[in-house]
Design a protein around this ligand. Structure first.
Ligand code: ATP
Ligand code: ZN
Length: 286
């Protein structure tokens, strides 16, 4: 019987939705209706294991799972022997040091001989060592943000995304230690057969990511501006140009990257483009 690639994802929490959505966008159908621990995909040789995120690096290291989707923060903290393969574009956050908003601490140097509460003792310990700061680390597993208020610690080191949790707890960030997003990690001794399945999955993941970073653009342009407009829109190979029914005008179709999107749109308008339509792309194979 041929093998399945075993994928570990978070059972519930902030990475669950993003992980399931990515599998779906890759055309992999997984139903987790009955809250099961493992589910075989209907139409792709993978089996999905639903686990606590903290356990994923170890399970991938020990080949209980072949690959996992997990935050870079957890991968770094657990320090297991796994291979990070691909950033997945969701679960973005940062690990930061924060202090009471109205207190006396201004920078990390003020934290010498102080106490910092965190769920990330390894990353924080390495960071303090590197910066020569002699603070004590108080490890707690949840609700780190309340530690200063209840007198458990002087500062915290915790994950931040919007900053609203810090704001409601009257804390301010003074240092970012690590930027993180979900990544695909892989066992270091995958069989050749499983590597083939992984390559096929990676091809799909990269196509989905590329599509998200690009938009399809359609616009009308006066023919005398076409060469300038085409230079602004190189597209995948070159833009498509079709004549409009109205003489002297053409319709231009191309692909535009999300990163310089607004700049390009402004330039297109300045060069006479009209009726600009921007359409999301579902998959992009180059
Ligand atoms: P589990 O029960 O699986 O152990 P958890 O409570 O440890 O779950 P979540 O809060 O669901 O974990 O966070 C999972 C991951 O989501 C984090 O490790 C991090 O990579 C990412 N993440 C993104 N934004 C945030 C945020 N604002 N706070 C916490 N985690 C975030
Ligand atoms: Zn966790």
């Amino acid at each position: 019987m041929s093998e399945n690639l075993k994928i570990a994802i978070q059972k519930s929490g902030r990475l669950y939705e993003g992980s399931m959505k990515l599998l779906k966008e890759c055309g992999i159908e997984v139903s987790n209706g009955n809250n099961q621990l493992r589910v075989q995909a209907a139409n792709f040789p993978v089996e999905v294991f639903f686990l606590r995120d903290d356990d994923i690096p170890e399970y991938v290291q020990d080949a209980v799972a072949d690959i996992g989707f997990v935050g870079e923060n957890v991968v770094t903290e657990k320090n297991k022997s796994v291979e990070p393969i691909e950033k997945l574009g969701f679960g973005k956050c940062r690990l930061s040091i924060a202090v009471p908003k109205n207190g006396n601490f201004r920078s990390i140097a003020d934290l010498n001989e102080k106490k910092i509460a965190t769920s990330y003792p390894y990353i924080l310990g390495e960071f303090l060592k590197e910066k020569n700061i002699n603070a004590s680390i108080h490890e707690i597993s949840g609700s780190v943000e309340i530690a200063p208020r209840i007198g458990l610690a002087d500062a915290i080191c915790d994950l931040v995304s919007s900053g609203s949790t810090l704001f409601t707890n009257e804390l301010k960030e003074i240092e970012t230690i690590l930027s993180s997003e979900a990544v695909l990690i892989c066992n270091k001794t995958l069989s050749a057969e499983k590597r083939v399945i992984l390559e096929s999955l990676l091809f799909r993941i990269r196509s989905v990511k590329k599509a998200k970073n690009n938009k399809y653009v359609l616009l009308n342009a006066p023919n005398n501006k076409l060469s300038t407009i085409c230079k602004l829109l190189p597209g995948m190979k070159s833009p498509t140009i079709l004549p409009l029914a109205e003489p002297g005008w053409s319709s231009v179709h191309s692909v535009i990257s999300e990163s310089d999107f607004w700049n390009v749109i402004e330039n297109l308008k300045a060069n006479g483009a009209q009726g600009i339509l921007i359409i999301p792309i579902e998959k992009m194979i180059v």
